[in-house]
Design a protein around this ligand. Structure first.
Ligand SMILES: CC(C)(COP(=O)(O)OP(=O)(O)OC[C@H]1O[C@@H](n2cnc3c(N)ncnc32)[C@H](O)[C@@H]1OP(=O)(O)O)[C@@H](O)C(=O)NCCC(=O)NCCS
Length: 90
């Protein structure tokens, strides 16, 4: 079992009048850069029907794992955590 603190994305919003023009990607990339994270390292709070295609289109992420607590992560989220845990254990 691996316990980890995970940064979460929530309340990510671009006004309807300017959606699908690349603003969401710019915002998301900027937040990731600021935090030094990749899209698979974070969890997504109650992902909307627009967020899943957004992540699929821009980052090739399709294998999402919906969690009982309504957060969504991707398979790679656990793979990265397991690798780091092994490295830390030596
Ligand atoms: C999700 C969101 C932030 C993306 O912002 P954006 O500026 O539209 O994103 P981009 O222009 O960078 O990317 C566009 C892609 O996002 C996805 N997308 C955006 N609007 C969509 C819609 N109405 N239906 C399906 N997919 C959509 C598609 O993959 C789209 O690519 P396409 O136009 O080629 O199909 C925006 O749609 C939004 O604010 N939605 C409402 C709130 C929300 O769902 N927030 C997510 C948190 S759960």
């Amino acid at each position: 079992m691996i316990e980890k603190d995970t940064m979460c994305l929530l309340d990510f919003y671009v006004h309807e009048s300017v959606q699908r023009r690349g603003l969401g990607l710019d915002l998301f990339k900027s937040a990731l850069k600021e935090e030094g994270l990749t899209p698979t390292e974070i969890a997504y709070d109650r992902p909307s029907p627009k967020l899943k295609p957004f992540l699929g289109k821009h980052f090739g992420l399709h294998n999402c794992l919906d969690q009982p607590n309504r957060f969504m992560v991707f398979k790679e989220h656990f793979e990265g955590a397991a690798k780091r845990s092994k490295q830390q254990a030596g």
